[in-house]
Design a binder for this molecule. Structure first.
Ligand SMILES: [Zn+2]
Length: 345
């Protein structure tokens, strides 16, 4: 029987409709079709094809914009927003606009074109996380940047146009409305209960024991109650760790280990699947609309990563209502992932 479930964090309704389930044609062709060529600007050796690097984790003797890196950050050539434009807003009659100010960076996850996240080692995850950490820390110094979105699109179903493994970071002078709403909801929960909403969600999951996949240190991996996507996984911290740029090394090691386990299990179930991924970064600056909760962000929220496998395309219902239909029950996804044996690859 189908069910309409409420997502407490996002305040959205999701239709869980298992009767719609059919074995999809997983998109296995992404990697096979691809022929890494000398024309990929993200491959090691082609550094001159990209704008000057912003940051890189490198071997000791290697130089900027030359081979010898493990993870490399560059400005996006096709940027949605630019750091160079003046930071100002203007009124146009009843309308209000900002000049397209912001940061748009590409994190080239690895020098190897074919090293997809599903195949990463613990160390690859750790270097990637540390690179993201460095970028957030650095951009936090820029008071004009109010909000950072870090996300990953992998595969054509997820909207990726570049096959080389990469992550994107967009820093904006405003906090998106749905993010403000989300933090206000977390704040009101915290105000009423003195607890973080996400830590209550984890406590509920620990009580129910049907959607948890596995735990590592402070991190719990589970399929959210109102998962919008089949095999959606959330990894969330129980402890108030602070934001990404303040998480210490031992927690990052736990997180790397857990990410590796989860991607191994997802690949065992879905093959070489397309996915979107979002990494939690709360608002960066105190502003009019973040002022109420800014001082207690660490207490009221929890670090989390959301992995959203993209197996089905969305249709008119999703577009017109904003309600997603998920044909796989999260309890079923969690059981399959929990039961998938994990061994070193
Ligand atoms: Zn490449």
């Amino acid at each position: 029987m189908s069910e309409i479930r409420h997502d407490l964090l996002e305040d959205k309704y999701i239709v869980i409709a298992p009767e719609r389930m059919h074995r999809p044609a997983y998109n296995m062709a992404w990697k096979k079709e691809h022929n890494p060529s000398s024309t990929c600007p993200f491959c090691e050796g082609n550094e001159s094809m990209t704008p000057t690097e912003i940051y890189a984790v490198r071997d000791n003797k290697s130089l900027s914009d030359e081979p010898g890196w493990k993870c490399r950050v560059i400005p996006n050539l096709y940027k949605a927003v630019q750091i160079e434009v003046p930071y100002r807003s203007r009124q146009e009659g009843i309308y209000n606009a900002w000049d397209g100010f912001g940061a748009h960076e590409i994190i080239i996850d690895t020098p190897d074109h074919l090293n997809c996240m599903v195949e990463w080692k613990n160390e690859t995850f750790l270097i990637w996380l540390k690179t993201l950490q460095n970028r957030v820390k650095d951009l936090r110094q820029d008071e004009r940047i109010a909000f950072i979105s870090i996300f990953k699109n992998h595969g054509p179903f997820a909207g990726a146009t570049q096959t080389h493994p990469h992550t994107q970071l967009i820093g904006l002078p405003v906090v998106p409305r749905n993010e403000i709403d989300k933090y206000n909801r977390m704040f009101s929960h915290y105000h009423n209960t003195s607890r973080a909403l996400l830590s209550d969600i984890i406590a509920q999951e620990e009580h129910d024991q049907v959607r948890i996949i596995t735990q590592e240190g402070t991190f719990t991996a589970f399929c959210p109650y109102a998962s919008a996507y089949p095999f959606e996984v959330m990894i969330a911290a129980k402890d108030p760790l602070g934001t990404l740029d303040k998480i210490d090394e031992s927690h990052l090691e736990d997180l790397s280990r857990l990410l590796k386990i989860i991607f191994h299990k997802l690949r065992a179930q879905l093959g070489n699947f397309d996915f979107n991924m979002s990494i939690f970064v709360p608002p960066m600056q105190r502003q009019f609309d973040t002022d109420a909760f800014f001082d207690c962000i660490d207490e009221m929220s929890r670090f989390n990563i959301r992995i959203m496998p993209r197996i089905y395309r969305h249709g008119g219902f999703e577009l017109s209502t904003g309600m997603m239909i998920n044909p796989v029950e999260p309890e079923q996804s969690a059981k399959l992932l929990r039961d998938t044996e994990y061994g070193e690859l």
